[in-house]
Design a protein around this ligand. Sequence first.
Ligand SMILES: *Cc1c(COP(=O)(O)O)cnc(C)c1O
Length: 434
Amino acid sequence: MKKLPAQKVEELLNYDYHHIWHPYSAMHGEVPVYPVISAQGVRIRLADGRQLIDGMASWWCAVHGYNHPVLNRAIRDQLEEMAHVMFGGLTHPPAVQLAEKLVEISPSALTSVFFADSGSVAVEVAMKMAMQYWHARDLPAKNHFATIYSGYHGDTIGAMSVCDPVTGMHGLFAESLAKQYFAESPNCRFGSPCTQMDMESLTNLLENHHQQIAALILEPIVQGAGGMRFYSADYLARARKLCDRYQVLLIADEIATGFGRSGKMFACEHAAVTPDIMCIGKALTGGYMSLAATLTTSEVSQTIDQGDPGVFMHGPTFMANPLACAVSLASILLLDDSNWQDRVNHIEQVLDAQLSHCIDFSQVNDVRVLGAIGVIELHQAVDMKSITEQFVDAGVWVRPFGKLVYLMPPFIINDSDLTKLCQVVSEVVGNIPD
Ligand SMILES: *Cc1c(COP(=O)(O)O)cnc(C)c1O
């Protein structure tokens, strides 16, 4: 389909406006939504026929671009066998094959896999694993969490409690959430070393409260929706050591960073760190559908088994959905067969070469690039309505939040599309009134 009749488009938008919520939006919001009818490669086609170059990969997910023949085929083939079957008491090849692949590509100690239905749920599962682990070890007081400011771990109640109370978007709920322990966000940037001073806040926190703390949860290297900050690998390595010293588990939330985005398959690899529990999601299915997973060590899973009640207390209805598992496996195999490291390194170079000059604009506070992520941090929050219109009119899809305008395109993007994205972003940012 190339476009929808104008009348249809209007009906669609009208119903949407009156009845449907979008992420973090008002029901009758000022910021328009744009109707999409199809997407192909790095292009999103709007209902009026215009095409936009995708700078977001649908929030870290669509690493291979849209409508990929290999991923389409994986879903179609699986659909012919079964779309879904309950996972309680049953298992199936897509789940087993995917688990095997995940165990193969993740840090080697992580050998137990729990399939969850979204990133937030994978984080809830990770937190429950950590609590059940200490319960089984007869230290039930270790049922709180340590984390660092500027983090984001999802929108459900448990995940919200470890999001940054201000930038993590959930300040409103603070009173009703579990009180967790927050350390300063690392000030040492990616690529620079980290001093004892940089570790002080986390060290003090763990020293003073480790008896109450089940795990330290953080996003390795790249803090996503809580601020798009890239911190030193040295910090992560030292945090791992602190966890060992104070008997605290380490949960790595790789939901945004997993599957190559930061230049490594998993961002933990920048610091050669193995977490005790790792959450993955987002790009897991290549952006096709919702699936996430929580991986842990046999030490954690066996301890949970040996404790009371002898089982891990979680089990989603759509656990290990066969369609989602099949497309995930196909997506990982596709990554394996692509030269994704070279692609991501190249995207990093182009983003660096074409965005760095934005630091000269008076509106801009910082420009940073890591892997296939380019971030322009402004002094002021952007006007979403106006900036979105400018991007769409210029033929690109870029969705800023707050002070951050950022690009994380599909890995398959070519140089001319990437250059166009960077040029439009530079122009639009440069034209923001001071
Ligand atoms: C997106 C995200 C989540 C939440 O995942 P959902 O699938 O939106 O529930 C959790 N942690 C991080 C780091 C994320 O980027």
